[in-house]
Design a protein around this ligand. Sequence first.
Ligand SMILES: O=P(O)(O)OC[C@H]1O[C@H](O[C@H]2O[C@H](CO)[C@@H](O)[C@H](O)[C@H]2O)[C@H](O)[C@@H](O)[C@@H]1O
Length: 275
Amino acid sequence: MATSRAPLRFVEAVSATVAQSAKSGFFFDYDGTIAPIMRDPGAVFPVAGAVERLRALTKLVGRVAIVSARPAAFLCDRFSGAPQVRLFGLYGLQTVVDGHVRTDAEAQRWAPVVRRLIEDAARDLPGEILVEDKALMVALHYRAAPSLRGAVERWSSRKAAELGLREQHGRMVVELKPPLERDKGTTIARETETLACAWYFGDDLSDARAFDALRGREARDPAFMGVRVAVANGETGDELARVADFTVDSPEHTPTLLDQVISAFPGTRAGSYSG
Ligand SMILES: O=P(O)(O)OC[C@H]1O[C@H](O[C@H]2O[C@H](CO)[C@@H](O)[C@H](O)[C@H]2O)[C@H](O)[C@@H](O)[C@@H]1O
């Protein structure tokens, strides 16, 4: 079910991971990667078996983490069943330490600007556009009205210029965020510094930066192995699959791929992940 798209062979990636397990890491995007895409972002939970696989991985490798554009508090709720999984929210501007969310101080300063933007969006944009308030960022969703994409993008570009914010495009969404040099790429670069091998799973445009970070590390350190897994989809999937080592068919297939990794560790059996 895993399709090789580059010279790296799946079996080699797994063997190298098992051989240097303490220095290996698994990093996951959330929406569209280990959670389904739905119209209501608040109603999204991880696919069946994902949390159990992540919990199993924490016992086998040095690091397991979620790197998401969601607020860290949301991730804390969804991954309460796997407390050893590290959580990086809002593209790495938030982390969770001992159960408490820590927010980057520079990002926090933008909260009043984002608050004003949310009020403007509620006033200016058509009712079909879902304005997701993430406190430090706003996501403008046009999934319910794809024909409004152009209007939303024009409004968002104008507001970004007016307020000094940055835009991030994604699956039927455009986000406005603080103008800081922080994204999934910088988070992955930092979190993989001490690792010899790192896997990253993603489905969307912002995940390409995490893939790039792994490629950059490989270029600087030929002993390092980066494994890029794209989760297929008809929206942004092709773009990411082109630069991935492997592709899975959907978020529901991610646990199946993880079973193939987990079962390669001595003493493990696929499917026995209750503990
Ligand atoms: O980094 P991620 O964890 O992948 O977050 C990216 C965005 O995910 C969410 O939006 C996407 O999923 C929604 C729920 O399935 C879907 O309705 C929407 O069309 C997708 O773009 C989330 O709501 C955004 O805040 C994240 O930026």
